[in-house]
Design a protein around this ligand. Structure first.
Ligand SMILES: [Zn+2]
Ligand SMILES: [Zn+2]
Length: 362
């Protein structure tokens, strides 16, 4: 029985979850999914001690993963394709792995340690990590999209947003959705000279919000429960898409699902993309690419604030001490759901968000 449970758990963990690691982004969308192969727990454990010189079947999948997120081309300027990777833990892979660990805020070991593997099998945003304009200052880890696009025009200004009347969900009321987004927009408008106003006119709204299932026409199909949670487009596209298959929650005290995802946290992150921010290396930042189930991380971190203010300037009414925003993270304290079937899922970072490099038209 134990074996069956373990096998099933392993299947869920290493088959279902990695399937979400398949998205690709940007104007040069990849036609084929890239996933770390499904493996049993025993197989995955073999990688944990892997270091330079190791040769283990499946290392190539990790290479593809790092290649896909920009850790090969940027660091080595080598035009490698995903089809030419071997299973040897070579120096280039080690270097790419170190860059990855550094970028994601992991302990830099240069090895496939358990935390690194956990992060790599975690659903995440499809934006290559080394494809943005990163501020390397010691306290600035926010990143822009290439070209530093932002909503143009003199500040202060107002942007309208609207919810698709067609692409919506029914597990939350429109009132609950609107409240969550209103709070998310307000977090940003509190710190920059931008005001967001909800509009009933979806067609003319500058920011268009919708819940979509599977393939929804932009080349980045959603993938069902967990994994890909949402994706959005850089300025001035205004498109903000959420995966309708998620168990979206606005109150974990009422939503007992172990795969519940906090709508406000994801909304706040996606609005950050809509405004022009890419992913941050700061784990506590709203713009860090991942979010665990039942985790709430919607308050702006000092890194988020500095990033967005460098694009738009400060809201003249913003008087908060930036230092007080440090470690401004809240985790829901609601008790765990009764008799969880997949307790291991709590270790997963499931906040997958994907954004795109869209060059605004003339
Ligand atoms: Zn989409
Ligand atoms: Zn993102």
């Amino acid at each position: 029985m134990l074996l069956i449970t373990r096998t099933f758990s392993s299947f869920f963990f290493f088959v279902t979850i990695p399937l979400v690691l398949i998205t690709f982004t940007s104007s040069h969308a990849h036609p084929h999914p890239i996933a770390i192969s499904s493996r049993s727990m025993a197989d995955m454990e073999r990688f944990i001690s892997a270091g330079r010189g190791s040769n283990i079947t499946g290392i190539s999948e990790f290479k593809k993963y790092l290649w896909r997120f920009g850790y090969y081309l940027n660091d080595h300027n080598i035009n490698i394709t995903s089809t030419c990777f071997t299973d040897e833990f070579d120096a280039i892979f080690e270097s790419a792995l170190i860059s990855y660990q550094r970028k994601l805020g992991l302990q830099v070991t240069g090895k496939l340690d358990s935390l690194t593997i956990s992060q790599m099998i975690t659903p995440r945003c499809g934006v290559p990590d080394n494809n943005g304009h990163t501020h390397m200052h010691s306290v600035k880890n926010f990143v822009y999209f290439p070209g530093k696009p932002r909503w143009s025009g003199p500040m202060p200004t107002t942007l309208t947003y609207a919810f698709s009347p067609e692409y919506t969900i029914h597990t939350l009321s429109l009132h609950q959705i609107r409240r969550a987004f209103r709070r998310a927009f307000t977090r940003w408008s509190n710190v920059i000279p931008l005001t967001f106003v909800e509009s009933d006119d979806y067609g003319f709204a500058e920011i268009k919000i919708g819940f979509y299932s599977g393939d929804h026409g932009d080349g980045e199909p959603f993938d069902g429960v967990l994994g890909v949670l949402a994706h959005s487009f850089s300025p001035e596209s205004g498109r903000l898409h959420l995966d309708a298959a998620e168990t979206w929650a606005v109150d974990f005290g009422e939503s007992w699902s172990e795969v519940a995802v906090d709508l406000e946290s994801v909304a706040t992150h996606e609005i950050g993309h809509v405004l022009g921010l890419s992913h941050s290396s700061v784990k506590e930042a709203v713009m860090y690419p991942s979010l665990r189930p039942r985790e709430k991380r919607s308050r702006l971190h000092i890194d988020d604030v500095r990033g967005v203010q460098s694009l738009y300037g400060s809201n003249p009414h913003f008087t908060s001490d930036l230092s007080s925003l440090q470690s401004d993270i809240s985790v829901n304290q609601a008790p765990p759901p009764p008799l969880p079937r997949f307790p291991f899922i709590i270790v997963l970072l499931c906040g997958y968000v994907l954004s795109f490099f869209i060059v605004s038209g003339p």
